[in-house]
Write a protein that binds this ligand. Structure first.
Ligand code: ATP
Ligand code: MG
Length: 566
């Protein structure tokens, strides 16, 4: 655990899980002399998403806070959907978020132990081999209002069950023909207790155990016992497992093994986002996005590539807290978290996304000067840089209006505006092409108004705009990302439609922007603010040396108020 608590007040605020944990350590005999042990248990069947980040922050956070340990455990019990690629990506993402696990485990490490325990249940009369197929089993299970019926195979002798189980394991029976079930109570109001399946036959190659096994444990049979083996004191999971808890408890009790406490919390849902691995996988396989790390994906790798910082994601998880009831968090909260962090750490630069050329008719041709720009007003240590200025430069098309409304304080015919770090200029003439599109503005500048040059520079005009000098500008690709989904709850698709129909057709726009030269030589992965435009990150995959590609991370909260006229 290398992540110190950043917020000094953090220790005063306790979420409900922390309250429960403290109570347990104060009162439970079984916990005396132990310290907290948690785990983050992903199934390696996809890349991690922002919802997993919440679980990671929670599990690692508990261990940090109470001086305990947190394991990373791969819940790899369903080989048909799992792979080493996913295992690797999960480790990368957990580390990138700033956490280091204590133990690294795989549920598949415990396959033999789980099998031994299954035999123990059989020997003690608590499990049986059942020959019902999936459909018959559904019929026997009963409904919410009716109890289930006992399987006709429920009363097999211990010897017969042991023999059949072993033959299942040896691969004598085809898939779907037999299962091992716990013998609990077919009339239990909780469906999970109606003789749940422990093992199913699956002739699948496992990414770690190869072809050693052709029966694989169900989640419920593997999860709690894996927790128990690792001495997990608190097994934190999401609410959908609340009604699996009686089964979790039944297994630990019946096997007489160390009994972790399962505590459930609400899973994170975000507006304008889908958050299930199955759906994210579908976006990838159907080519709706460029991959799991597409910068529009809510995956950790997508957010990383987009330019999110680990700190901003951890802060986000801290801000939203831990709830006992499911709800949806506004995606704005996530966007604000990255904005807040980048405001502190990102250097500011000039970039023009939609340029119009400006020529200063009274600025001597061939003359150039270097102005001094502040890298980050929020960080005194960020220093200054030289900003080249000359007779011709670009401004944003939207910073000029030919027939503006009265409150328009940027450039207009006959009007003045200040160029950030430079001079006050006045628009004298508008040049258009045959189609009427503005192609150039002829302006004049007031040489007495250079920023920081003394009294004359204090002359005030209402607007300040950014610009990029033409002779030293670089042209680069900029990807303007927007939300991947246009509906607030994309999973709630209209009749006959799917979540894919809610995709925002304009979730990315690639443009060519002009940037100041200092931006062109920054390394991939660098996060910057384009003044007045937003926060951008140099794409790690598609950039080449000297040819950066910029991803828009997020727009500025308020692109105007922040820049005081200088
Ligand atoms: P998904 O439903 O997205 O496929 P999952 O629950 O199947 O996710 P796992 O790999 O089993 O994914 O999850 C690992 C851990 O992360 C589990 O403890 C799970 O409860 C937790 N987790 C998964 N999704 C969320 C979420 N949206 N919010 C909080 N925790 C989550
Ligand atoms: Mg799962």
């Amino acid at each position: 655990m290398n992540q110190p608590a950043e917020n000094p007040n953090e220790s005063e605020h306790k979420n409900f899980i922390e309250v429960e944990v403290e109570r347990d350590f104060a009162s439970k005999a079984a916990l005396q002399g132990r310290s907290i042990q948690t785990r983050f248990p992903p199934e390696p069947n996809g890349y991690l998403h922002i919802g997993h980040a919440k679980s990671i922050c929670l599990n690692f956070g508990l261990a940090q806070r109470y001086g305990g340990k947190c394991n990373l455990r791969f819940d790899d019990t369903n080989p048909s959907k799992e792979s080493q690629e996913y295992v690797d990506s999960i480790m990368t993402d957990v580390r990138w978020l700033g956490f280091q696990w204590d133990g690294l485990y795989y549920a598949s490490d415990y396959f033999q132990q789980l099998y031994d325990w299954a035999e123990q249940l059989v020997r003690e009369g608590h499990a049986y081999v059942c020959d019902l197929n999936a459909e018959q089993m559904r019929e026997y299970r009963g409904t919410l209002t009716e109890p289930g019926r006992n399987s006709p195979f429920r009363d097999r002798s211990v010897e017969e069950n042991l023999d059949l189980l072993e033959r299942m394991r040896r691969g004598e029976f085809p898939e779907g023909t037999r299962t091992l079930r716990a013998k609990i109570d077919m009339a239990a109001p909780n469906f999970n207790l109606r003789d749940p399946v422990l093992y199913r036959i699956m002739f699948s190659h496992h990414h770690r155990t190869g072809d050693d096994w052709c029966i694989y444990p169900m989640y419920d049979w593997a999860h709690g016992q894996s927790d128990s083996i690792e001495g997990i004191t608190h097994s934190i999971c999401t609410l959908e497992f609340e009604n699996h808890r009686p089964l979790y408890d039944w297994f630990c009790k019946t096997l007489r093994i160390f009994h972790p406490r399962q505590i459930e919390f609400a899973r994170l849902n975000l507006s304008y986002t889908v958050m299930s691995k199955r759906k994210l996988l579908q976006l990838v396989t159907e080519g709706q996005v460029s991959g799991w790390d597409d910068p529009r994906m809510p995956t950790i790798s997508g957010l990383r590539r987009r330019g999110y910082t680990p700190e901003s994601i951890r802060n986000f998880c801290e801000t939203i807290g831990v709830a006992r009831f499911n709800g949806t968090i506004d995606v704005l909260v996530l966007e604000n978290a990255v904005r807040d962090h980048l405001n502190k750490i990102a250097n500011r630069y000039m970039a023009i996304l939609d340029p119009i050329k400006v020529t200063l008719t009274n600025y001597p041709e061939g003359q150039a000067e270097e102005l001094e720009a502040v890298n980050n007003p929020e960080d005194p240590n960020a220093g200054h840089r030289a900003l080249p200025f000359s007779r011709t430069f670009y401004i944003e098309r939207e910073d000029f209006m030919e027939n503006p409304p009265s409150k328009f304080f940027r450039l207009k015919p006959g009007g003045e505006v200040r160029l950030r770090y430079a001079y006050i200029i006045k628009c004298d003439e508008v040049r258009k092409d045959a189609s009427g599109k503005i192609v150039e503005l002829k302006c004049s500048y007031d040489p007495e108004t250079r920023s920081g040059s003394g009294a004359a520079s204090e002359r005030k005009v209402k607007g300040t705009i950014h610009w990029v000098s033409a002779s030293t500008a670089h042209c680069v690709e900029v990807r303007l990302y927007d939300r991947l989904f246009q509906s607030e709850s994309p999973e709630e698709a209209a009749e006959g439609k799917t979540f894919l129909d809610n995709i925002n057709p304009n979730s990315v726009t690639a443009i060519t922007a002009v940037i100041e030269p200092a931006l062109a030589s920054l390394p991939s992965g660098t996060r910057v603010q384009f003044e007045r435009n937003g926060y951008f990150c140099i794409d790690e995959k598609d950039s080449k040396p000297g040819e950066p590609v910029f991803n828009r991370i997020v727009t500025l909260r308020d692109s105007w108020a922040k820049i005081a006229a200088k």
